[in-house]
Design a binder for this molecule. Structure first.
Ligand SMILES: NC(=O)c1ccc[n+]([C@@H]2O[C@H](COP(=O)([O-])OP(=O)(O)OC[C@H]3O[C@@H](n4cnc5c(N)ncnc54)[C@H](OP(=O)(O)O)[C@@H]3O)[C@@H](O)[C@H]2O)c1
Length: 342
């Protein structure tokens, strides 16, 4: 009989990696069997010696093979950053494992899908890409709502709370700039755009019309010239900031640790239009997370269930959350889902 537990390897020990770790701990059907990091010592220091046997170096091929063949994970959850890690780590680790990742550079998802599909098919693995809440559960909601309200354009916005919502992808992108020691990026929703979305007049709203961005940056060496260079680099960064109104604040590491250690986020998908002729219709899907990485980690763990199931059915190649039955995410048997949710 198949092992009822899904065995997971975590690849990359950052915010999402720790979110996945905590989600595995609280999911009865999940078991952590390995951790791969480019800096295993950092992980051992954080987790304590108990795990040192299964914490291996992601940059050392022998260590990767050790995790693949000795720890035998059903799925490796790739928790690297979307900007620089996943475009390299996704195709590499798909050679060894079934994978789940949260690649969230929306403009590049098609390109990434094609690459992952070809490698996963070649090596007979399943790779669920771009999972999380956006892309991810918000994508599911957009497709569902547009299918029901045909003449509509589902629109999403983020950062409804006063402080805004902390975007990990954008924070990661700012941290990758030379001379930046640490950074946080908050996204803020614009209320007038939400009003237009609810009236069904949001068709032409660009991302920059719906949101603005705010960065808190700690520099390695603070000086007026360095501030100017980093601010320009942020504001002109393609895919991330160049199309938004962006404010950049420079602060100390102490201030960042004190005021920006939590990672809340939220978002709203609004679909407004008509069903039939002249019947107004509105669907809103909203989520609020105290911890963006824990929310993302929980979704990635649910997708690991689906990846294992798809693999057991003989599937291979790349999938997004749109491409398999939603019931595959659940740990509950199908008849139970019918009884409770249908
Ligand atoms: N789809 C969605 O809804 C969604 C939602 C949230 C986030 N995301 C994606 O998730 C990605 C990861 O976010 P994150 O916040 O986890 O990024 P992060 O904390 O910067 O971690 C990214 C990688 O950097 C390395 N790292 C982390 N902390 C480090 C440190 N102190 N020193 C050196 N290296 C360190 C880790 O790799 P090693 O352990 O190998 O060094 C880690 O895997 C984001 O880029 C975003 O695109 C997607």
């Amino acid at each position: 009989m198949d092992d009822p537990k899904t065995k997971i390897a975590i690849v990359g020990w950052g915010n999402v990696g720790r979110g996945v770790y905590d989600s595995i701990k609280t999911s009865l059907d999940m078991e952590l069997v390995g951790i791969l990091s480019r800096d295993p010592q950092r992980v051992i220091t954080q987790l304590g010696g108990d795990y040192s046997r299964i914490i291996k170096n992601a940059s050392v091929p022998e260590d990767v093979l050790y995790v693949a063949y000795n720890c035998k994970p059903d799925v490796a959850i790739l928790c690297g950053g979307s900007k620089e890690d996943l475009p390299i780590q996704g195709p590499y680790f798909a050679n060894f494992f079934n994978t789940v990742d949260s690649f969230d550079t929306h403009e590049r998802i098609r390109e990434y899908f094609v690459k992952m599909n070809s490698i996963a098919k070649e090596t007979n693995h399943v790779s669920i890409i771009s999972a999380g809440w956006d892309p991810g559960t918000f994508s599911l909601e957009r497709v569902l709502a547009e299918a029901i309200i045909p003449i509509s354009s589902p629109k999403a916005t983020y950062g409804l709370a006063e402080k805004g919502g902390l975007s990990q992808g954008h924070s990661d992108a700012v941290r990758k700039i030379k001379g930046v020691r640490d950074a946080r990026q908050y996204t803020h929703a614009k209320q007038d755009a939400i009003d237009l979305m609810r009236e069904g007049k949001g068709f032409c709203l660009s991302a920059g019309d719906k949101m603005w961005r705010e960065c808190y940056v700690v520099l390695e060496k603070d000086s007026p010239e360095e501030r100017k260079r980093v601010e320009t680099e942020i504001k002109t960064m393609p895919h991330y900031f160049d199309k938004y109104e962006t404010r950049v604040n420079f602060i100390s590491q102490e201030e960042l640790n004190k005021n920006h250690s939590r990672m809340p986020h939220d978002g709203l998908v609004v679909t407004a239009g008509e069903t039939g002729v002249g019947n107004r219709a509105l669907i809103e899907y909203k989520c609020q997370w105290d911890s963006n990485p824990h929310a993302t980690g929980s979704i990635l763990v649910a997708c690991a269930r689906a990846a294992k199931r798809l693999k057991s059915e003989g599937e291979s190649g790349a999938f997004t959350m749109l491409d398999f039955p939603i019931s595959y995410l659940s740990s509950q048997p199908h008849h139970d889902l019918l009884d409770r949710f249908m």
